[in-house]
Design a protein around this ligand. Structure first.
Ligand code: NAD
Length: 516
């Protein structure tokens, strides 16, 4: 680590920040209106953050509405220039901010920096978009009429984010929303409030300097005091929420009850199919990265491996050998050479252990891992990357759930129909992959009839994890149906208006209706 990122990012000067020595020895969690955040690799307290309540939320929404009224008047390309400057600011703070992501969330340094890079990339993307936001023109059936649609700013957007991408998920939302003419009010996870403070401050600092204070608001509070009231607030036409399916169900229903719009990015249970004719080296490397990267705490983490019976045994042996190697590289995420950092907190370790126990009780065989880990005596929340082979019946109910930890369940299939049924037989539908050299197998997986992968992301000879920002990101079924990032995801942040102009001057109705 280059320096103390908390100090380098100016967080110690933020009035909400409480220094560790002033926390009376309390541990991570919410105590007396302060969220205490820790380094998950060491258990060391990083600091406290004074929480906002419902009054602060109400104030932030009112201020955001005022900022929105001004921001939407700024031409979209000029909004893009502000986003361009924000991207430059993230380039400037990339190193300390990426290290803070590692320090507070636990992903390895390369991934922490990569996460900030993702925000920079989406800012660049949004700058280009600011000169497009295109609507369509349609031929009118009426003479002397012209018909088209335009896309308009929708209003302040409520953004709720998960702990595992504490910077980039905000970036995906806030950078697109900003060029679309919307302001954002962000409620981050209470596991990563410091990254949220540094991130929002960087954007708001630039916006304020360019005369647009208030475009980016941050409200840090509990779900009861801030999250739920925010979701229920009719002044926020769109709630974009990233997190577990449980959260999405609650948020989706609350927003629907007020007929608001929600954009849900929820849990995944992603599978890789390795077919009989796959390039096994490629499949192996992609599976290991997909399953153990970010210690299994990505929404796109590979959680299920479906192996053709003809290659299953050999492939599994190679997989276990690869896990033996990566397991020697568990450790401090900020240390060079570490490949696997800790889980988010003690509760996540308990969930990991409970899933392993359930898998064993259901007939699963632990081929590797399954235990806590304590690399170099570190007191953090480490676990071993784990491989569990399903029983011959392929019945393993625990594998139907998303456990946010590095557990890979291995299944065997006879033919592609069976593989597809297993693949699609879970509630979530985020990311998926097949490894094959056969065009028939890959086309079966990507079938244009929709009978192939039922996920929002379907890759061939590329793993489930590690999407680029240029495409739309998101998933189907219990993953929530939302799309963020590239393609036409920006449309979620705008409202569509269909317009007909009668330039001919004659009264004429559609469908040939006469009303004389
Ligand atoms: P979580 O559901 O516990 O929390 C996510 C956020 O929702 C937090 O900010 C939390 O405070 C808030 N929240 C929870 N209940 C709420 C409610 N009723 N009203 C308002 N806000 C509420 O998730 P987590 O543990 O932080 O993150 C891990 C989960 O996120 C995993 O399931 C993972 O797959 C998912 N995730 C999905 C994507 C995606 O793009 N699909 C990306 C990252 C993470």
């Amino acid at each position: 680590m280059s320096s103390d990122p908390i100090r380098a990012l100016g967080l110690t000067d933020d009035p909400r920040f409480v220094a560790p020595e002033k926390l009376g020895g309390k541990s991570a969690g919410v105590h007396d209106g302060v969220a205490i955040t820790e380094n998950p690799a060491t258990g060391e307290v990083l600091g406290g953050v004074r929480l906002d309540g419902s009054a602060a939320l109400d104030r932030a929404i009112n201020e955001s509405i005022e900022a929105f009224k001004k921001w939407r008047e700024v031409p979209a390309p000029a909004r893009g220039q502000v986003v361009r400057a924000i991207g430059e600011e993230f380039r400037r703070v990339k190193e300390p901010l990426g290290e803070l992501v590692s320090l507070e969330m636990g992903k390895i340094r390369a991934e922490g920096l990569g996460e900030v890079q993702e925000t920079i990339d989406i800012a660049d993307y949004a700058v280009g978009l600011s000169r497009q936001l295109p609507g369509q023109v349609f031929p009118s059936e009426r003479a002397g009429h012209r018909m088209f649609e335009q896309w308009l700013p929708i209003g302040p957007v409520g953004v709720i984010t998960a702990f595992n991408f504490p910077n980039a998920v905000w970036g995906w939302n806030a950078m697109l929303a900003a060029v679309c003419g919307d302001t954002t009010i962000w409620k981050p996870s209470l596991l990563t409030p410091l990254v949220a403070m540094a991130t929002n401050a960087a954007a708001e600092r630039v916006a304020a300097k360019m005369g647009h204070a208030g475009v980016f608001k941050l409200v840090i509070g509990t779900d009861d005091a801030v999250g739920k009231p925010m979701v229920a607030d009719r002044r926020l036409p769109l709630i974009s929420a990233t997190g577990s399916c449980r959260m999405g169900r609650a948020v989706g229903q609350a927003v629907a009850a007020r007929l608001g719009r929600s954009l849900l990015e929820l849990g995944g249970n992603n599978a890789v199919i390795v077919h009989s004719d796959a390039d096994q080296e490629l499949a192996l490397r992609s599976t290991v990265f997909g399953a153990v990267g970010t210690a299994g705490q990505r929404c796109t983490t590979t959680r299920r491996l479906l192996l053709h019976e003809s290659i299953a045994e050999k492939f599994t042996e190679r997989l276990v050998a690869a896990y033996k190697q990566v397991a020697t590289r568990i450790g401090d995420p900020l240390k060079e050479g570490t490949l696997i950092g800790p889980l988010a907190n003690a509760a996540a370790v308990e969930q990991f252990l409970a899933a392993v126990k359930a898998a064993k009780a259901q007939g699963g065989e632990v081929l590797f891992g399954g235990e806590r880990a304590a690399p170099n005596g570190l007191k953090g929340h480490f676990v071993q990357p784990t491989i569990i082979r399903a029983p011959r019946s392929n019945k393993l109910p625990i594998a139907m759930e998303e456990t946010f930890a590095p557990i890979l369940y291995v299944f065997t299939y006879k033919d592609l129909d069976e593989a597809m049924a297993m693949h699609n037989g879970v509630d979530q539908g985020l990311s998926s992959a097949i490894f094959t050299e056969s065009i028939r197998a890959s086309e079966r997986f990507l079938s244009p009839t929709g009978s192939g992968s039922d996920c929002g992301i379907a890759n061939v000879n590329a793993g489930t994890s590690g999407a680029e920002i240029g495409g739309a990101f998101g998933g189907e079924k219990d993953t929530g149906g939302g799309r963020e990032s590239g393609s036409d995801s920006w449309k979620a942040y705008m409202r569509r208006q269909t317009t007909t102009i009668n330039f001919g001057g004659k009264f004429e109705l559609a469908q040939g209706i006469r009303f004389e």
